[in-house]
Design a protein around this ligand. Structure first.
Ligand code: NAD
Length: 460
């Protein structure tokens, strides 16, 4: 089928490439000329494992192309997917200006029956608004062309996007007309060979499903962070509690990790937009208010721990702090709303020197952070450790799992290690000579030489 994917960001590029991989003829369109130029030169503007090879393979096979031109792309496409950004505006509402603009451009150039698919995360009622825009433009063009608007929210996760798209848990489709259902079924049929995963429903329910899914996941994260803070105050260990509750099938192990607060391009803005949709119909989403509040507080937790530790060592001013990982999660270069940004701002305000490293997000981080001599950009973990009074792990990249702690410790000036992702065993870290602080677990202080033999700590 001939498909147009409008908006060539994380979702659009993955969507278009995966559709092409499954044999569809795809044009990926963006208004950002620089992005399209790069793609036409074979340069992938985002970091997403496996994407580059797949893009190149499908371009070579002439199934995938890139364009900035609606006038030539819309008339040749049977289905137009809208995958543009929908950021939160200053009131927390989803800003739909890019969706409206894409809908207008489709309407200006459509020549035949077209299915317009909202894949961007949009509030309930957006499909109706898109239909109204198309009718309005058609009236201006003095035309009457049949069309369908469909809601097909996307659930892929950055860092695992290809796999999520190629083997989805489910594909949610909101339709108002059986004709659109048949077309959507055909588009997704290559993804359903092992078993049917298409869930058809009305449009409002499909639009709501995306917000409900992200709200539920964010709630689990904030719940675990709340629990972690309580664990620290009561002497319990959140990692053990996690295993204890996750083993209950009704709860499950996924998304039960305490950490430095959630970030990314989706959860923070979607929770805001969800609340504002509820408010618009006179309902207060109390649970989402709490989830957001807990997350804002959690993003400050590492800074509070660092300040408390160095309070007895002359304060944070003038200290050198090394940060391992900056992206909001591993396997992505996405820095949007990353917890690292809150900690960095706090540490710079406190007069620290920072040594920063991330395997993929350095370029994006440089764009967001101030140009200052107090930030040193490093090329690896050992450089981060050089002369550092403390290290902080913020993103659990796989390469940080087995660090050479002996070499790291030898490079450091101090011995403090703040683990925002509970990646290491506290007792082991103390044995390696670190004062070790994590989330929701008791701190473990560095053993003095020979002390470990007499330690009565039990590594559980
Ligand atoms: P993004 O910012 O990475 O990409 C959006 C792209 O749309 C940009 O390249 C921009 O130039 C382009 N664009 C804007 N207006 C345009 C227009 N009128 N015509 C053509 N192109 C236009 O955004 P993203 O992260 O891919 O997210 C897109 C949507 O998908 C959002 O609604 C988001 O909430 C949702 N979503 C994102 C993820 C994710 O992990 N990033 C997952 C699921 C859903």
């Amino acid at each position: 089928m001939k498909l147009l994917v409008i908006g060539t960001g994380y979702v659009g590029l993955v969507t278009g490439t995966c559709f092409a991989e499954m044999g569809h003829q795809v044009i990926c369109l963006d208004i950002n000329e620089e992005k399209i130029d790069l793609l036409n030169q074979g340069v992938i503007p985002i970091y997403e494992p496996g994407l580059e090879e797949m893009v190149k393979r499908n371009v070579k096979a002439h199934r995938l192309s890139f364009s900035i031109d609606y006038a030539t792309s819309v008339p040749t496409s049977q289905v137009c997917f809208i995958t543009v950004d929908t950021p939160a505006n200053s009131e927390g509402k989803a800003d739909l200006r890019y969706v409206r603009s894409a809908a207008t451009s489709i309407a200006e150039h459509m020549v035949d029956h077209t299915v317009i698919v909202n894949k961007s995360t949009v509030p309930i009622g957006t499909a109706k608004e898109v239909a109204q825009i198309i009718q309005k433009v058609q009236r201006k063009r003095d035309l009457l062309i049949d069309f369908d608007v469909v809601s097909n929210p996307e659930f892929l996760k950055e860092g695992n996007a290809i796999n999520d798209f190629m083997k989805p848990d489910r594909v949610v489709i909101g339709i108002a007309h059986p004709r659109a259902a048949a077309i959507m079924k055909e588009i997704y049929s290559p993804f359903m060979l092992s078993h049917e995963r298409l869930i058809l429903m009305d449009i409002a329910s499909a639009e709501m499903t995306k917000y409900a899914a992200n709200a539920m996941l964010a709630t689990r994260v904030s719940f675990m962070n709340e629990l972690a803070n309580l664990c620290e105050l009561t002497g319990a260990d959140v990692n053990k509690v996690r295993k204890g509750i996750g083993s209950d099938k009704r709860i499950g192990y996924s998304f039960l990790y305490a950490g430095p607060g959630f970030g990314g391009s989706c959860f923070p803005k979607d929770i805001k937009a969800f609340q504002s949709q509820a408010k618009a119909v006179g309902y207060s989403l109390e649970i989402m208010q709490a989830v957001e509040k807990i997350n804002v507080r959690q993003k400050r937790v590492l800074g509070v721990k660092l300040a408390a530790y160095f309070a007895l060592k002359g304060g944070l001013k003038g200290k050198t702090i090394g940060l391992l990982g900056l992206a909001f999660k591993p396997d992505t270069d996405d820095m949007r709303e990353a917890a690292s940004l809150v900690l960095i701002e706090f540490l710079l305000e406190s007069g620290c020197h920072l040594r920063l490293y991330d395997p993929a997000a350095m370029a994006n981080a440089k764009r967001l952070l101030p140009e200052t001599k107090t930030i040193t950009w490093c090329e690896n973990e050992l450089e981060v450790a050089d002369g550092a009074d403390a290290l902080v792990l913020l993103t659990e990249w796989k390469q940080f799992r087995f660090l050479d702690f002996g070499a790291i410790r030898a490079k450091m000036k101090g011995i403090a290690f703040f683990d925002g992702r509970n990646q290491y065993v506290p007792y082991e870290m103390a044995k390696k000579g670190f004062d070790y602080f994590s989330i929701g677990q008791a701190p473990a202080y560095a053993h003095k030489p020979g002390e470990e033999e007499f330690s009565n700590e039990i590594p559980l």
